[in-house]
Ligand binder design. Structure first.
Ligand code: F6R
Length: 607
């Protein structure tokens, strides 16, 4: 979603702001802008579309200020036009905003009555006028912020600069993340540590409700009650500083290919490989054996990882599992037995609905555990137990390596729970762990199937609709395949449990509709063959992802991508590779931007 950068620098900051914004491009945006203070006055340049448009404008109208804020906007209120782009400004203040101000209409009406004139369709402009109103009443910028923040309802991260103040920037966070970067005689603000990485490796994350006054000499942090507070100063990990595509054309391709390595790293964190045991790197703090129920909630791909995890928690640990998308779960008013476990899954750790689902669970006296990729995220910080996925920064908007790392962590947790609940003995644990240890190697082998996946993508790129079918843990993978294809190629795709075919979707089958069947030769394979026969009998064109034995056993004339042989339990991890490649190559063949699909944002911090 939107990205924020602020620099209190020693030289003109506009170009550095644009460079920092480039590192936030992966979050998705549709307009951008910067503002600086020059000779005491606010100057800004904004542009619709990509950052190169903004850079071009800045080339023609250079900004000279040494203090400035920049923003990439993902439109929520009002179209992605230059006029609606941030920073929003009055003569006294300029602001960039991530999130949504829910009471902006009331505030706007009130401010209009006091003579403020609004020129955009955005909720964010209200902030500039509200702060200006307080400045007009004789308050200092700090006092004006303290007076304005309690009046804003909703979720936000903000950065503001003030006319006549060349050594001042104020930031605030409620709901959406914001970090301070500490430099030598310079200070920075960023909605994401990645944006700050070129400037400094020393950062402080604002806690929810905090606001901060920055000068070149340092930062003064306040909590939501305006008390001055201290927050830890942390060193950025080197991994967060590296974001380049290497030899790949897109981040998505790079991230698909990184999977054997990052899955290996994640598994090494959760497994004692020498003794073939699961070794959780944290104390659970509750008795797994007496857990009444597990509830899983997440959004999008994270939800589909959770759906896969459900099979493992039920089978390995005999645990009753409830799972729902977070946007539904948070409003369902689901009764939860106290002492149960709420497990949320999130790459970014900032997804608004997932966070709300998790907070609801806490009111229901649940233990709260998260599977997250960003350790400093809000979800991680609000969890009792954080199970990290060590996927490294995921830049492509479509999740790939984060998804498979989520699967790896869920598999390890399910085995550990199974052991704690007495359903898994030593021998079974060793067998399952051996199967997991084999996964990175099998994924590397699956990478060699890229030419076949690319060939199949030619057929998909000509299709209007595509159906994905799977059973067991490959049913959520069918849903994930359809999600991946539609989000980056814009081809309509649906995923179904193969057994559901004849309950409706079979009506869609004809010779124009590719049907991708994910069916390793496992315990439900024969059932899926029956479904494939139903498709073939109606002229449907089947693309089968299976192993050599599976391809032979169908007896059907179809296109098959032959995967390495492997044991049953964790095929979803390895079959995710060709599923991702199919979507990626289809998008590339169609000339679509696989890394930044239209309308999508990487981190969805509004509901
Ligand atoms: C799809 C995708 C999204 C995210 C979803 C949740 O490729 O990436 O569906 O999975 O927006 O995001 P996180 O995992 O950050 O909570």
């Amino acid at each position: 979603m939107c990205g924020i950068v602020g620099i209190l620098g020693r030289e003109p900051v506009a170009l550095a702001l644009v460079e920092a914004l480039r590192r936030l491009e992966y979050r998705g945006y549709d307009s951008a802008g910067v503002a600086t203070i020059e000779s005491g006055a606010i100057e800004r340049v904004r542009a619709e579309g990509k950052l190169r448009n903004l850079a071009e404008r800045l080339h023609n109208h250079p900004l000279q200020g040494h203090v400035g804020i920049g923003h990439t906007r993902w439109a929520t209120h009002g179209k992605p036009t230059e006029n609606n782009a941030h920073p929003h400004a009055t003569a006294k203040v300029a602001v960039v905003h991530n999130g949504i101000i829910e009471n902006f209409r009331e505030l706007r009406d009130e401010l209009r009555q006091r003579g403020h004139v609004f020129v955009t369709e955005t909720d964010s402009e209200t902030i500039a006028h509200l702060v200006t109103d307080n400045l007009n009443n004789g308050l200092s910028p700090q006092e004006a912020m303290a007076a304005s923040l309690p009046r804003l309802h909703g979720a936000f991260a903000l950065a503001l600069i003030f006319a006549g103040h060349e050594d001042l920037m104020i930031g605030a966070r409620r709901g959406a993340p914001l970090a301070i970067g500490h430099g030598q005689g310079e200070m920075f603000l960023g909605s994401d540590a990645l944006a700050l990485a070129p400037f400094t490796d020393t950062i402080t994350y604002l806690e929810d409700g905090d606001w901060v006054v920055l000068t070149r000499a340092g930062a003064t942090l306040h909590d939501g009650t305006n008390r001055v507070v201290a927050r830890p100063v942390q060193k950025l990990l080197a991994s967060s500083q590296i974001i380049d595509k290497g030899n790949f054309r897109h981040f998505m391709a790079k991230e698909i290919h990184e999977q054997p390595e990052v899955i290996g790293r994640t598994l090494a964190h959760y497994l004692d490989m020498a003794h073939e045991r699961v070794r959780l790197p944290f104390e659970l703090g509750f008795d797994v054996a007496s857990l009444p129920r597990l509830t899983i909630s997440a959004c999008g791909t994270g939800y589909l990882a959770g759906l896969t995890g459900r099979y493992w928690f039920e089978r390995f640990a005999g645990l009753a599992v409830d799972i729902d998308v977070a946007s539904e779960f948070r409003y369902r008013e689901a009764p939860m037995t106290p002492g149960g476990l709420m497990l949320v899954v999130s790459q970014s750790g900032e997804t608004a609905d997932t966070l709300a689902a998790m907070r609801y669970a806490r009111t229901q006296r649940q233990h709260v555990m998260s599977v997250v990729n960003v350790p400093s995220s809000t979800i991680a910080r609000e969890s009792d137990i954080v199970a990290l996925t060590l996927a490294g920064p995921e830049i492509g908007v479509a999740s790939t390596k984060a998804f498979t790392c989520q699967l790896a962590v869920l598999a390890c947790l399910a085995i550990a729970f199974g052991r704690a609940r007495g359903l898994i003995d030593d021998e079974r644990e060793r067998q399952l762990v051996r199967e997991l240890i084999a996964v990175p190697g099998l994924m590397a082998e699956a990478m060699t199937r890229e030419p076949q996946a690319e060939q199949m993508a030619h057929m998909l790129s000509r299709a209007r609709d595509v159906l994905y079918l799977g059973r067991g843990t490959n049913y959520p993978l069918a849903l994930e395949g359809a999600l991946k294809l539609k989000e980056i190629s814009y081809i309509h795709a649906e995923g179904y449990a193969a057994g559901e075919l004849k309950h409706g979707p079979i009506a869609l089958i004809d010779e124009t509709m590719p049907v991708i069947v994910i069916a390793p030769r496992d315990h439900v394979f024969e059932k899926t063959v029956s479904n494939m026969q139903e498709v073939a009998a109606r002229g449907g064109r089947i693309l089968l992802l299976t192993d050599a034995a599976g391809a032979k056993a169908t007896g059907l004339d179809l296109k098959a991508l032959i995967m390495p042989d492997m044991a049953d339990e964790f095929t979803a991890l390895v079959y995710a590779v060709p599923v991702q490649m199919l979507a990626y190559h289809t998008a590339v063949l169609m000339g679509k931007d696989a890394d930044q699909p239209r309308n999508l944002a990487k981190s969805v911090t509004v509901e």
